[in-house]
Design a protein around this ligand. Structure first.
Ligand code: ZN
Length: 298
């Protein structure tokens, strides 16, 4: 399948009394596919993709932002890559930056977002917060971020270099987060961002990475952000290290703990990068796991 045409960039469903809308920012390619992993033989990556009938020259990841309308507050979890010319983002993610258009298609005015909650401030999660001229894309929103990630990714005295000539992730985070500096809310493990949305510390990919448990009317969903990037490779090989992890060993420990919990609890789960619209369950398969996508009926 060389090209696809989606009917829409959003998917809406109920979770208890909450209305949830997954909104796509567009696909994120990582090429070559082997670039995404460290200490993993190239042949293992390529064979794993081949066995799953996927392209072997690149990883193609979804980018699933999530709007949770609790009836009282509207919360957006992660913002996609944005459209910054200054950061030259379209060279890196040619089909990204669609979040705002897709939100409008879904009838969600960006000005109606009360809080943007980040899983972590990597480019594909926080560069959609602001425009190049310093205006907020979500003008009335507070920004919820962990203290550890805020300190790590916006430290001007320690600019983290970009990979392969790409802009510094520190510069990108600062450009996007600064317009919210008078409206920051700290995300803390076990605490609610708003009633019904609880932050869960899941460190490693970044030191302050958080997942979110969304609960309403006896139903719940665990949004695990980037604890799992690839729905095939990292469930078959939970111990593989991702090239973009701040602390690879801790990321593996966190992934193994979370996958074990999700499988044991038979929890409804969602990943930022799992196939559109990101919803599924984690099934145990011996020492490893399998991602079982929720069927979408239209
Ligand atoms: Zn990501």
């Amino acid at each position: 399948m060389r090209s696809t045409e989606a009917t829409s960039g959003w998917y809406r469903f109920q979770l208890g009394d909450f209305t949830l809308t997954v909104v796509s920012d567009g696909p994120l390619p990582i090429a070559p596919a082997t670039r995404g992993f460290i200490d993993v033989p190239d042949e293992s990556v390529i064979q794993g993709l081949h066995d799953a009938f996927l392209p072997t020259d690149r990883l193609l990841l979804a980018q699933n932002a999530l709007v949770v309308d609790t009836g009282h507050r509207r919360v957006l979890i992660d913002t996609g890559t944005g459209n910054s010319q200054q950061l030259n983002i379209r060279a890196r993610v040619p089909q990204g930056g669609r979040l705002l258009a897709h939100m409008r298609d879904a009838g969600i005015d960006p000005a109606s977002i009360d809080i943007v909650a980040l899983t972590h401030p990597h480019f594909d999660h926080c560069w959609g917060l602001s425009a190049d001229d310093g205006t907020r894309n979500f003008p009335n929103a507070q920004l919820a971020i962990s203290e550890a990630d805020l300190a790590f990714w916006t430290d001007e005295t320690r600019m983290i270099p970009g990979r392969a000539g790409e802009p510094s992730p520190t510069a990108g985070a600062i450009l996007n987060i600064r317009p919210y500096s008078d409206r920051l809310v700290m995300v803390r493990d076990g605490q609610d961002v708003v009633p019904g949305i609880t932050a869960l510390a899941t460190p490693g990919h970044t030191i302050g990475h958080h997942a979110y448990r969304i609960s309403s009317g006896g139903e719940s969903l665990i949004h695990f952000g980037d604890v799992v990037h690839h729905h095939i490779l990292l469930l078959r090989h939970p111990h593989w290290r991702i090239a973009f992890d701040t602390d690879g060993a801790l990321a593996v420990e966190t992934r193994q703990r979370l996958l074990d919990e999700l499988a044991t609890d038979r929890a409804l789960a969602m990943g930022y990068h799992t196939p559109w619209p990101g919803l599924g369950h984690v099934a145990r398969r011996g020492e490893a796991y399998e991602w079982v996508q929720v069927p979408i009926l239209v």
